[in-house]
Design a protein. Structure first.
Length: 297
């Protein structure tokens, strides 16, 4: 059965005749008669009683008419939803993210919900490399990733950047300075996570230090921010001083006996990664919603 046959069935029922239905549909009467006959054969029922003076619905036709109207309405709705998806006004956007981005992402999603309430965003939190693999495999439509460098096989659009902050013992002489340069930290052991845990951030920090031409000895590995801050304060009390660096997304974390200082000229970029090609309407809507997010100073 074709939707056209149901459309002709409804038109004949509404107009009370094949000729008037043909005029409404802008086709010849023979085409209407032919399609109704085919529909009756496929359904194995007679839909109309035909006389020389009138065309009326049979009992079967009366029962099936509401179903035909519902089917046509459902088909029209499918077309409407498809058009909304194409325009970016409806659908599901699967977005890979990380907990660290929450203070940027959630306000942007509130903006997006106001602008396009029928567009749903499904957040998937995972490690950076797993986000990238899910994007390549088609499990995600886009993913927020730390770094603005190229990612093989994907397109990358920078969306915001965060300042880098140094955390060091509050008793250290550098804590008297309002802000620090990379060169200030020469000789002080750095707590940095292994590269495999966060390649983009690791390369950013080591690149900054390399460009500064200073020697920074490696300290114990960075674990979590809170654990690392506690270890810096504890070790400092026993004379083993070290420092760490992190990107500040929201407020500074609570920490005792720790001084936080901005690292001059250092920012960490967050980008939206996606498969190559024209941006989908939904991704364009997301990028627009991310734009007004306040930039940290």
């Amino acid at each position: 059965m074709e939707l056209r046959q149901l459309e002709y069935f409804v038109a004949v029922a509404d107009e009370g005749g094949f000729g008037r239905a043909a005029a409404r549909l802008h086709v010849v009467q023979a085409s209407v008669s032919q399609q109704i006959a085919r529909l009756e054969r496929e359904l194995c029922v007679r839909l109309f009683d035909r006389t020389t003076r009138r065309v009326g619905l049979t009992a079967a036709g009366e029962r099936l008419l509401p179903e035909a109207r519902a089917a046509l309405a459902a088909a029209a709705h499918v077309g409407h939803v498809a058009a909304e998806i194409v325009s970016g006004g409806e659908g599901v956007l699967r977005l890979g993210t990380a907990r660290a981005f929450a203070e940027r992402v959630h306000p942007a999603l509130d903006v997006l919900a106001e602008r396009v309430p029928s567009l749903r965003v499904r957040l998937v939190q995972d490690a950076r490399e797993r986000r990238i693999e899910a994007l390549r495999s088609g499990e995600l439509d886009a993913a927020l990733v730390r770094g603005d460098g190229p990612i093989p096989g994907l397109a990358v659009v920078p969306v915001w950047d965060d300042p880098l902050f140094v955390a060091l013992p509050a008793t250290h002489s550098l804590a008297t300075l309002p802000r620090l340069k990379s060169a200030d930290l020469a000789g002080l052991p750095l707590r940095l996570a292994p590269r495999e845990r966060n390649p983009a951030f690791h390369d950013l920090v080591t690149g900054l230090l390399r460009d500064s031409g200073i020697d920074i000895p490696a300290g114990p590995h960075f674990t979590t921010l809170q654990e690392t801050l506690t270890a810096i304060a504890t070790d400092s009390a026993s004379g083993a001083e070290s420092w760490t660096v992190f990107d500040l997304v929201g407020e500074l974390p609570p920490a005792r006996r720790i001084a936080f200082r901005p690292l001059l000229g250092a920012r960490s970029t967050v980008s939206l990664a996606m498969r190559p090609g024209p941006l989908s309407p939904a991704i364009r809507q997301l990028l627009t919603a991310l734009e007004p997010a306040p930039r940290a100073q």
